[in-house]
Design a protein around this ligand. Structure first.
Ligand SMILES: Cc1ncc(COP(=O)(O)O)c(C=O)c1O
Length: 371
């Protein structure tokens, strides 16, 4: 059996152990130390965000974002339907109510027209506005972010940019995660960069990051003893994992270039098949192409190819099942236009690990073309 090809396995830079060693040398093994500070500083330097907070994962980062924006029981939160559960599960942690919005075909991300129409309708009919909006940049591809932020500003709705999958992606040279009130990144094991597990919250609003930092460290008030006027979480990133993060950030550009090269390789190698559509890239944006994702002509073709790849020990994965179709959200409100539903049925994520060789890519392509 050929060696398994994974979807997007970790890819170390080689410098990680030096930063881990530093944590050991300084004996800062817990959630403060020079690696955590260095990691937060590096995120700011790369993305241009003014403030950053490193936490245990991006799901926790979104949870903190909702808390600091004051989302509470029975508040409504608008969110992209076409996303991963980690993006929206924190709405349930807060006992708030999700309201899902479908994607457009141009970006595969949240459709600004659906959003604007719903907000206009609410204004006209004096219906309560959402407390916040969470929008995802799927698979490293920028959403129509400028439009979405403009609409939300008009209605005074705070925004959370789920850039878990899109670290390093830009729109008009501005980095994903830095358009909204708060942005978040994931350093989960399958992401473009990883700390084994990790997340970061960014914002230009220092007050929000202060609050998030306070809540991420069990909401300890400023006394010698442990005094609490509210409750928080144990969400801080460890100094050891932050060391991995610094070394990973050193190779972000390299990783994006390789991801984009993989996408182009698939695109040109599969161009013979007229029935395969590739994820678009909206004008003025450069995605990080975290995963190369394609649409086949129908569900049956998608499944045939997925199973053929699996039989050859190659991992691929259907696109995210939209949240408005998930049993856990059966009672949630949504506006759907069939875009994400259709993409879920026809779409497949192809192996896109930055440590893949050209021969491995050719193995994948051959199976797809043979089927
Ligand atoms: C779009 C999206 N949002 C949120 C998350 C949650 O990130 P984490 O695994 O770091 O909690 C992920 C991935 O894991 C994701 O892909």
């Amino acid at each position: 059996m050929n060696k398994r090809i994974f979807l997007s396995p970790p890819h170390m830079s080689g410098n990680e152990m030096n930063y881990i060693q530093r944590a050991f040398d300084e004996n800062y093994i817990t959630s403060i130390g020079s690696n955590v500070t260095g990691f937060e500083e590096k995120i700011k330097a790369i993305t241009g965000a003014k403030h950053a907070l490193a936490v245990i994962n991006a799901t926790a980062a979104i949870h903190l974002a909702l808390r600091v924006l004051g989302v509470d029981e029975n508040d409504e939160v608008f969110a992209s339907s076409f996303t991963f559960i980690g993006s929206v599960a924190p709405i349930l942690y807060q006992k708030a109510k999700p309201f899902f919005i479908d994607s457009d075909k141009k970006s595969w991300n949240l459709d600004p027209t659906l959003l604007e129409n719903e907000l206009k309708r609410r204004e006209k009919e004096s219906i309560k506005m959402p407390k916040a909006l969470i929008l995802t940049h799927l698979y490293g591809q920028m959403a129509d972010i400028e439009k979405i932020i403009t609409i939300c500003k008009k209605y005074n709705i705070p925004t959370i940019e789920d850039a878990a999958e899109s670290l390093g992606a830009t729109y008009k040279d501005k980095y994903s995660g830095t358009f909204a009130t708060i942005g978040i990144y994931s350093f989960n094991g399958n992401k473009i960069l990883t700390t084994s597990g990790g997340g970061v919250l960014v914002s230009d609003d220092l007050e929000l990051i202060h609050k998030a930092r306070f809540l991420s460290t069990q909401a300890k008030d400023n006394f010698v003893h442990y005094e609490h006027t509210t409750f928080g979480y144990n969400y801080r990133m460890s100094n050891i994992l932050a060391g991995i993060g610094i070394a990973q950030l050193e190779v972000l550009d390299e990783r994006i270039n390789k991801k984009r090269w993989i996408f182009e390789f698939y695109k040109s190698a599969l161009s013979a098949s007229k029935e395969i559509e590739f994820m678009p890239e909206i004008p003025d944006s450069i995605g990080n192409r975290w995963l190369t994702t394609v649409l086949f002509k129908d569900y049956a073709t998608r499944e045939r190819i997925r199973l053929a790849l699996e039989n050859h020990n190659i991992e691929s994965r259907p696109l995210w099942k939209p949240m408005h179709m998930q049993p856990v959200f059966k009672d949630a409100d949504f506006i759907a236009n069939k875009t994400s539903e259709e993409m879920f049925l026809r779409g497949l994520c192809l192996p896109s690990g930055t440590n893949m060789s050209e021969n491995e890519l050719k193995r994948v392509v051959k199976i797809i073309l043979d089927k």
